[in-house]
Design a protein around this ligand. Structure first.
Ligand SMILES: NC(=O)c1ccc[n+]([C@@H]2O[C@H](COP(=O)([O-])OP(=O)(O)OC[C@H]3O[C@@H](n4cnc5c(N)ncnc54)[C@H](O)[C@@H]3O)[C@@H](O)[C@H]2O)c1
Length: 429
């Protein structure tokens, strides 16, 4: 640990999926690390070195790393670098909800001091740093951004549950209002991560990078979701087609269809750009259409189950259906924007009785176990490809008298299930 680092304090504001790994990494890298949050339950858990969410790596790191956590924002004053990692969700009407970010700015601003570097890691649309965050910090602190304190944006790219890419090795982009803040931020990230750091020409460019990355994913997923819906009419297996197209060594990148897009990023971030561009006189038809298509996938998936039950001669009204998986992706407990809940709503609209089970989310499961969910069900809808579910064999379902499986993640072998006598349907196959 260099003497320089050990004298410096990094304050991380917002200790969630993004902020907590960052706090631990800063400490591991030799900084004095102090975490801030408004959630007192989370602060208590962290003081006991317990993770507020399921993550084996974080659980281990918490035990082995030294850090402080507090809800007392006056301690911001003792930090050299303050990093904002608070949520940036959307309201029900899809308008950006900047309340947590504005709240965090108001909490830290009175304690910002000269020479401090403030970094925004939360995902925001271009313009939020220049038009909202910096003015708020300046107004409440009486200091001038880029002169008295420095400001940079370095959007986080962490991908929870990814074994290969993590907070330490993912490349980063950084934008600022002036060269000193830019260099301070780049040098900080160089001191904690092994990935490349790319300085951007402005805050707006750095903000746009993150939104573009996630919009790229959203539109590509929408494209294959549309193919899946089309191919289910045409009797073509979309998965095989994507696998075939992916043999082309250039100019094709495989994306896969599914029962819906979840999480705090992909189904949220495009709305930030859509709304900001709209305010500035441009209408993003393409991004809006992608959102629309992806938002329709839970209904498409639920309809498959209802139709399959009807084909068996069973009245869906009052029939039991099991939904396996509630979190938005495999082997994690994050349920934000998860399509599973939309699928459940759609099934219930049709009068089905839903029994939901997720081993990572027991508090929101209505069944006490996998067996409890599956027993007596007219159909199964797999919404999340947890490892526990992926290992299930056709005989497991058949032994329980279930022969309809809607595979919302295309994670089972269609051939194996069909050969065993299960009425298998994937998304577009
Ligand atoms: N989750 C991801 O995979 C991911 C990946 C990349 C970027 N991001 C972005 O990072 C940001 C944070 O996301 P997250 O998933 O870590 O969110 P999160 O909900 O897991 O954590 C945010 C934390 O901020 C706290 N908080 C809320 N308002 C606060 C305030 N005013 N002051 C202090 N703390 C406050 C919350 O209590 C919570 O603990 C978002 O902008 C998100 O888009 C998330």
């Amino acid at each position: 640990m260099s003497t320089e680092k050990s004298n410096k304090t990094v304050a991380v504001v917002g200790l969630g999926y993004v902020g907590l790994p960052l706090l631990l990494l800063a400490s591991r890298s030799g900084y004095k690390a102090v975490g801030f949050d408004i959630d007192t339950r989370k602060i208590d858990l962290l003081k006991q070195k317990k993770s507020p969410f399921v993550d084996n790596f974080i659980e281990k790191e918490l035990k082995e790393t030294s850090f402080d956590v507090t809800g007392d924002f006056s301690q911001i004053n003792s930090a050299d670098i303050v990093i904002l990692c608070v949520p940036t969700p959307v309201y029900e009407n899809h308008m950006p909800n900047l309340e947590p970010l504005e709240g965090a700015c108001r909490s830290i601003a009175p304690f910002i001091k000269s020479g401090q570097l403030v970094i925004l890691e939360s995902t925001v649309n271009p313009g939020v740093s220049d038009e909202i965050v910096i003015p708020l910090l300046e107004k409440e602190s009486g200091l001038k951004g880029g002169k008295d304190f420095y400001f940079a944006h370095c959007p986080e790219r962490i991908n929870p549950g990814d074994a290969e890419w993590n907070i330490k090795n993912i490349n980063r982009v950084v934008g600022s209002i002036e060269p000193i803040g830019l260099e301070m931020a780049c040098s900080f990230y160089r001191s904690i991560i092994s990935g490349e750091i790319k300085p951007m020409g402005s805050l707006k460019e750095a903000e746009a990078v993150k939104i573009v990355e996630n919009s790229f994913r959203d539109v590509n997923i929408a494209f294959v979701n549309e193919l899946a819906m089309s191919f289910s009419h045409l009797g073509i297996d979309v998965l095989r087609v994507i696998e075939g197209a992916a043999t082309k060594p250039f100019a094709f990148m495989a994306h896969f269809p599914g029962c819906g897009v979840g999480g705090h990023c992909i189904p949220v971030d495009p709305y930030y750009l859509i709304q900001y561009a709209e305010k500035n006189g441009f209408s993003h038809r393409f991004l809006a259409l992608a959102r629309d298509i992806n938002n329709g996938m839970p209904k498409f998936t639920a309809n498959r189950a209802v139709e399959a039950i009807k084909r068996k001669g069973i009245d869906p009204f009052g029939a039991k259906v099991a939904v396996l998986g509630l979190s938005y992706k495999a082997d994690i407990d994050d349920c934000r924007e998860s399509p599973a809940f939309q699928i459940i709503k759609e099934l219930e609209k049709d009068g089905l009785k839903v029994s939901a089970f997720d081993p990572f989310v027991p508090e929101r499961s209505t069944a006490s176990s996998l067996d409890d969910a599956v027993d007596g069900s007219a159909a199964i809808v797999l919404a999340t490809a947890h490892t526990q579910f992926r290992g299930l064999k056709p005989s497991y379902f058949l032994d329980k008298g279930v022969d309809v499986l809607i595979d919302g993640r295309n994670c089972f072998s269609k051939e194996e299930f069909l050969a065993a006598g299960i009425k298998y349907e994937g998304v577009g196959r």
